[in-house]
Design a protein around this ligand. Structure first.
Ligand SMILES: Nc1ncnc2c1ncn2[C@@H]1O[C@H](COP(=O)(O)OP(=O)(O)OP(=O)(O)O)[C@@H](O)[C@H]1O
Length: 959
């Protein structure tokens, strides 16, 4: 290999013609560059790679830098300045700035005396608001990016002679891809080797059947679907293994050619986002209408005559609109979702899209695999039952120490010993697992069920040695549909070969016609058949996972092709009972789910009796109520009958992957929101179809991870339930800040509106020499918006659970987030806030209902303070619709921090001279502060009362 030669070229891309040639091989006129018609060796030479070693890490990095990441081009990132500018792109802000400009003009027209305080302060506040908004949006974006990197697809490649797993985005031309069942193909690549390799290409070609591939070079240019010596980015390995040489990455791939189409599919807003956008809009319009009314009424009541009066009214109205229109809601929503999602990720539940969180909280069914999710997947063979009797094996886990005991003590019976040896030996032959010892610890590679046979074989003397004399000549792999696997083996020095099969005993027995008894083979008559089935049932009834072993002799030299046809007329040897202990935390999680109105279903490939027994043990069904329906039974049902069945059966056994899809559809037709787990390639369609497809992070395939909405870092069922709970908590927190922001905004609206309408009653009218007397100044309103809104709202986003979220039924997806009850709360609290503020002003002003004797500035400052502090009290109200604010009052330090900060800022704006000048405030003495705080607290008492009444009315009801 001549590397120096390669490095002289301008870019690695030059290796296969020009940059686009490899990917655009279909283009007429360039058939010479189509890698499917070229010899692998040629391509390897051009791409300068040794197929048995792969690229070096350094070379791969160089090519990556030159060619760019292996990604389908998405839109270019938005530059920073645009993001900042976007914060100002709001008609209300334009309006405000226009109003400010007018006020500057007015100030100039009147001789430019003094300082245009309002103009400067408002501009500063708008700027600060924009900065806050920008920071929030950035935070949300970063969180999403972090999530994406967490769930990024990976590929296995040869680099420096070793297999390594790399993010698929880092694949480069010349990489040698190692493909296995369930892998997502990361780039377009020319096959080098393939064994029984089937690729699911539906995403690219629309062909739903998986295509069998082989590396034989095509003779002529062929359409995409017929290029059998190529694999393509975006497809998946349905079966088999292979290696392939990457010839195109990123936009040069066939997927890249249709990427313009993909580019167009932007993510739709979720129902929640849509609803919140709707609420924002509705409120926006309402507030603007009110602001206009306020302006008109103020102008009429006060008989506006001068330009400066006009400016005051204009600024008031526009500021009110800016402050009270909840335009920041979507950004806060994203931040809150993002924070929630990060928290879930830390607890092993990685949600791929922010808004899946909403769906999670609404899940009404969790349909879970059994093995590895509900159970530990630590398989140990404890029993072997054959024609001549039964043995027990001692020892736990993968350490191959233990004894084989028969009922009376040590195993002595010759026939039984022979049969047990054949079961364990046969199971070790039809086997792809490995048992190794490293640093004194025993480890397994491969399927734990298979490893259990290797471990058990060590426990029966002589078995392992005998197995070693066999050589593998072919195999029929295990699939969840077949539920069995076979190996074609050649015993040393024996004339004939054997096909050894292990699999689900009920399935296997259907293919057996004979039985091993000692060293004889006898016909498997009805009685023997029934007996064997009864043995299996007995083991299953004790929660054992069962696996049968059978074999048959075949001619020496039998072809490994079409071996499946030989899996008949088998000699049944016996069955093993494997314990797979339940995960200890699952029973609790099931109980929690039930309390939360979430049904738990077990969907397993295992035996019905085993499944039913474990479902009972875990509390998925009540004791003695277990009824398992099998995949075969499901296949016979039509849509209506299927729905009937899924309504009351929670245990499904011997299911094939397509049954999972049936079950999801039936449940969804019944209005359920379904979370479903899966690990194998064939589970992908069901995962996609479920509302929340859950992939296994440890044992799951790349394909299921891609098809899912959530990935479990620990494969644990309890993590799903924890995620549902988190989803509900996040949803509650969203309601909290909505309640908070909307009722606070309402408070501002009511204050200004009623203040203007009731100016005479309160004593505002005529309280100063100015023609126009408003309850709050424009700058004060903007200050409230700045100081009280974001901080507490964000702190509520991380609020711990206040209401018992798992004590209520799942929320229907069609339910509105802000229902009537919540609207009533928002409006009534807003009203109380407004009245308290105006009452405070009234108390201190001369000429109102309650006689006071302060200046307008002081009275207004007291009212302003009341409104701010009322909003801070309201922050605690908003944490629940029904639970007292005093419940778990101190658990959220962020909220207290935000409230304390806001209060400190309010003290500053009232007492610090230059802020007084800027915001038109005046110092208050302690009595004023006390009155303001006391008046403000009315929102707390009012809401406590409201909640009390609600609780009294709804006592004993399930939420
Ligand atoms: N490696 C294997 N070789 C032969 N038969 C197997 C093997 N693994 C499992 N089986 C048999 O096939 C059945 C179905 O297995 P499958 O992997 O589909 O489901 P499972 O692991 O039992 O449960 P789950 O679907 O909950 O993960 C098992 O009950 C077992 O009898």
């Amino acid at each position: 290999m001549d590397r120096s030669n390669f490095s002289d070229r301008s870019t690695p891309a030059a290796a296969v013609g020009d940059r686009t040639a490899a990917g655009r091989d279909a283009s007429p006129g360039r058939p010479g560059h189509d890698p499917s018609v070229r010899e692998v060796a040629d391509l390897a030479r051009e791409l300068d790679v040794d197929l048995s070693v792969g690229l070096t890490g350094a070379e791969a990095a160089r090519r990556l830098a030159a060619d760019g990441p292996n990604e389908l081009r998405s839109k270019p990132p938005v530059p920073l300045w645009r993001k900042v500018l976007a914060q100002f792109q709001d008609p209300l802000i334009y309006l405000l700035l226009v109003a400010v400009a007018i006020s500057v003009v007015a100030w100039a027209a009147e001789g430019a005396t003094g300082f245009p305080v309002d103009a400067v302060v408002i501009a500063a506040v708008v700027l600060l608001n924009a900065v806050l908004g920008f920071v929030q949006e950035n935070k949300a974006e970063n969180a999403v990016a972090a999530l994406q990197s967490m769930t990024a697809a990976t590929s296995t490649v040869l680099r420096d002679g070793r297999r390594v797993t790399v993010p698929s985005a880092e694949l480069v031309r010349g990489d040698v891809l190692v493909l296995g069942e369930g892998d997502a193909v990361g780039a377009d690549a020319r096959l080098v080797r393939a064994t029984a390799l089937k690729i699911q290409e539906a995403s690219l070609t629309g062909e739903s059947e998986a295509v069998t591939k082989n590396p034989a070079t095509l003779e002529a240019h062929a359409p995409l679907g017929d290029r059998l010596d190529m694999v393509f980015k975006g497809t998946a390995v349905a079966q088999g293994v292979g290696t392939a040489l990457v010839t195109a990455t990123g936009m040069d791939t066939e997927m890249g050619a249709i990427a313009e189409m993909l580019d167009a599919t932007e993510e739709d807003p979720s129902p929640l986002q849509r609803e919140i956008a709707g609420v924002s809009k509705l409120l926006g319009v309402t507030v603007i209408v009110i602001a206009v009314v306020v302006m008109v009424v103020t102008a009429l009541v006060n008989e506006v005559s001068t330009l400066s009066d006009f400016v005051t009214v204009l600024l008031l109205g526009v500021s009110l609109a800016v402050a009270a229109v909840p335009e920041g809601l979507p950004a806060i929503l994203s931040v809150v979702l993002a924070i929630g999602v990060q928290r879930m990720a830390r607890r092993n539940a990685v949600v791929k899209k922010l808004h899946s969180v909403e769906t999670l909280g609404s899940a009404s069914v969790i349909a879970s695999d059994k093995t590895g999710t509900l159970t530990k997947n630590e398989m140990t063979i404890e029993r072997v039952v054959t024609a001549s009797g039964e043995v027990r094996l001692t020892g736990v886990g993968y350490r191959p120490d233990g004894e084989v005991l028969s009922a009376g003590g040590p195993l002595e019976d010759e026939a039984l010993t022979r049969e047990v040896g054949m079961v364990l030996g046969g199971g070790s032959l039809a086997n792809d697992a490995q048992l190794t010892r490293r640093d004194g610890e025993w480890e397994i590679q491969g399927d734990p069920t298979e490893a259990a046979f290797l471990v058990a074989a060590h426990k029966l003397q002589g078995t392992v040695d005998r197995v070693r004399t066999y050589e593998r000549r072919g195999e029929v792999p295990f699939t969840s549909e077949r539920k069995m696997m076979s190996a074609l083996v050649d015993p040393e020095g024996d004339g004939a070969w054997a096909l050894v099969t292990k699999g689900a005993p009920d399935v296997l027995l259907r293919r057996c016609t004979r039985q091993q008894v000692g060293s004889d083979v006898v016909p498997l008559d009805d009685a023997r058949h029934a007996r064997a089935l009864a043995d299996v049932e007995a083991l299953s009834g004790q929660a054992y996972r069962t696996l049968g072993v059978a074999y048959r002799r075949v001619e020496e030299g039998t072809s490994a092709e079409r071996l499946e046809d030989s899996e008949r007329d088998l000699v049944y040897v016996g069955v093993v009972g494997i314990i797979d202990p339940p995960r200890p935390e699952v029973a609790d999680a099931v109980e929690q789910a039930h309390r939360a109105g979430v049904r738990v279903m077990m969907i397993t490939g295992d035996h019905p009796t085993t499944a039913a027994r474990i479902a009972e043990d875990l509390g998925i069904v009540g004791a003695g109520e277990a009824r398992a329906v099998t995949g075969v039974e499901l296949d016979r049902l039509d849509g209506g009958a299927l729905r009937e069945v899924t309504r009351d059966v929670s245990v499904y056994a011997r299911v094939a992957p397509q049954n999972k899809l049936q079950i999801v559809d039936a449940l969804q037709a019944d209005g359920h929101v379904v979370a479903m787990t899966g690990d194998g390639v064939n589970d992908a369609p069901a995962l996609k179809s479920a509302d929340i497809g859950v992939a296994m992070g440890v044992t799951g395939t790349e394909v299921t991870k891609e098809a899912s909405k959530m990935i479990l870092g620990d494969d644990n069922f309890a993590t799903i339930v924890a995620a549902v709970r988190q989803g509900r908590i996040i949803f509650d927190n969203i309601k909290k800040f909505l309640r908070y922001l909307l009722s606070s905004n309402m408070g501002e609206v009511f204050t200004v509106f009623l203040g203007v309408v009731l100016a005479g009653v309160i004593g505002l009218a005529g309280a100063s020499d100015d023609a126009v007397v408003v309850p709050l100044l424009a700058t004060q309103i903007l200050w409230i918006n700045l100081v009280t809104d974001s901080g507490p709202a964000l702190a509520m986003g991380v609020d711990p659970e206040i209401d018992d979220v798992m004590g209520r039924r799942p929320r229907r997806l069609s339910e509105r987030i802000i229902d009537r009850h919540m609207w009533t709360g928002i409006l009534s609290i807003g009203l109380v806030m407004g009245l308290a503020t105006l009452a405070t002003i009234d108390i201190f002003l001369p000429g109102g209902l309650v006689e006071g004797h302060d200046s307008l500035e002081v009275a207004r400052t007291a009212g302003f303070t009341t409104l701010v502090v009322a909003q801070l009290f309201n922050a605690f109200n908003s944490r629940s619709e029904t639970t007292s604010a005093f419940h778990r009052l101190f658990v959220n330090k962020w909220l207290w921090g935000a409230v304390a900060l806001a209060f400190a800022l309010q003290v500053a704006v009232v007492e610090v001279p230059f802020l007084q000048a800027a915001f038109g405030t005046a110092s208050m003495d302690l009595a004023h502060w006390a009155v303001a705080v006391a008046m403000a607290s009315s929102v707390l008492w009012f809401d406590e009362l409201r909640k009390l009444v609600w609780r009294a009315r709804h006592r004993g009801e399930v939420a």
